[in-house]
Design a protein around this ligand. Structure first.
Ligand code: TRP
Length: 328
């Protein structure tokens, strides 16, 4: 049986953090053999919240370097920039006729951004963010979309647009699948302060952080506020560092739970154990990252190659779309 198709992507905002890794990238890498994969750099999507374009390209290179370092394999998973495949913008325009403004205004991810970023006057393109995302996914007939939890509302909108196109123009033989979102147990790994991990807040651990940096950052991580002294009994269920242990040190969970509650394990020791597990996991990524950082041309070649592959699929889909719509 043919492998199902994955399309997923991220906005290029620079180096990736652990939240990006455990929320999505780690999953992408695991799924590479089981699926046919396409991974997109959503460089036009960046403009919805930041019009300056100075850093988009360098951020793209940093992000793709992290993808490669973490183990995304360009042979199995072509990687490409949305901006270089013109069909994205064309399909975006067609799709923008198939969804109402009221529906887009109900998007909870948008509402959250408007609140968090204090946006007073929403631009048209930001309202249409999920429509461009639908074009990203459906251009490659993506069936499975592994993403962080905040993206699920956008996948729902993508399904609605696919359905609308199919019923309007392709009843006999649907062009688009209705893609499924796929999230991990750690779709939202909190930052060092317990809030959402985000670069703008400065509460991240980066995939590119050296071991001593990880140790320093962990030192400052929040724990149970009632555990003031080393031997006070703690409550793992409210402790951020315990959440990190669950992800990065699951084998030691029963013992840490017991010794935290009894007061035998102090927060500093607990944090250092956590830092060393994270560093163990990051070591091979860091090494591979250095290899690619020293050979940026290699990263550029990988992108160009991915773009050639993506163009073939994009053209096929648009030929079908034009034919169904009797355009051209
Ligand atoms: N909106 C996604 C994010 O912010 C990025 C994205 C753009 C995407 N196009 C996509 C994700 C298509 C999955 C599929 O993370």
């Amino acid at each position: 049986m043919a492998k199902k198709r994955i399309l997923s992507g991220m906005r290029p905002t620079g180096k990736l953090h652990l939240g990006n890794y455990v929320g999505a990238l780690e999953n992408w890498i695991k799924l590479q053999d089981e699926y046919q994969n396409y991974y997109l750099v959503a460089d036009y999507h960046v403009l919805t919240t930041d019009l300056s374009t100075e850093e988009i390209y360098s951020n793209t290179i940093e992000m793709v370097t992290d993808w490669l370092a973490a183990g995304l394999d360009p042979e199995k998973s072509p990687m490409f920039r949305q901006s270089q495949i013109k069909e994205h913008t064309e399909l975006f325009l067609i799709f923008s006729m198939l969804i109402t403004k009221a529906r887009l205004e109900r998007n909870p991810t948008l509402k959250e951004q408007v609140r968090d970023l204090n946006i007073e006057n929403l631009v048209y393109g930001h309202l249409g963010y999920p429509v461009l995302q639908a074009a990203d996914i459906l251009l490659y007939k993506g069936e499975v979309v592994p993403v962080g939890e905040d993206q699920l509302p956008h996948i729902e909108i993508t399904r609605e647009i696919a359905r609308k196109f199919n019923t309007q123009y392709a009843l006999d033989n649907p062009v688009f699948p209705e893609p499924e979102g796929m999230i991990t147990n750690f779709a939202r790994l909190p930052g060092l302060d317990g809030q959402r991990m985000s670069k703008s807040v400065g509460n991240t651990i980066l995939l590119a952080d050296e071991p001593d940096v990880v140790i320093q950052k962990l030192r400052k991580a929040v724990t149970d506020p009632q555990k003031l002294r080393k031997n006070d009994p703690g409550r793992p269920e409210v402790c951020l560092v315990f959440t990190y242990h669950k992800k990065f040190n699951s084998g030691d969970i029963p013992e840490i739970d017991t010794n935290c509650r009894s007061g035998a394990l102090g927060c500093v020791d607990c944090k250092m154990r956590c830092a060393s597990k994270i560093n163990e996991m990051l070591a091979p990524i860091l090494e591979k990252r250095k290899f690619y950082a020293n050979d940026v041309n290699k990263v550029k070649e990988i992108l160009n190659d991915g773009e050639s592959k993506a163009k073939v699929v994009a053209k096929q889909t648009m030929d079908e779309v034009h034919q169904k719509m009797k355009i051209g």
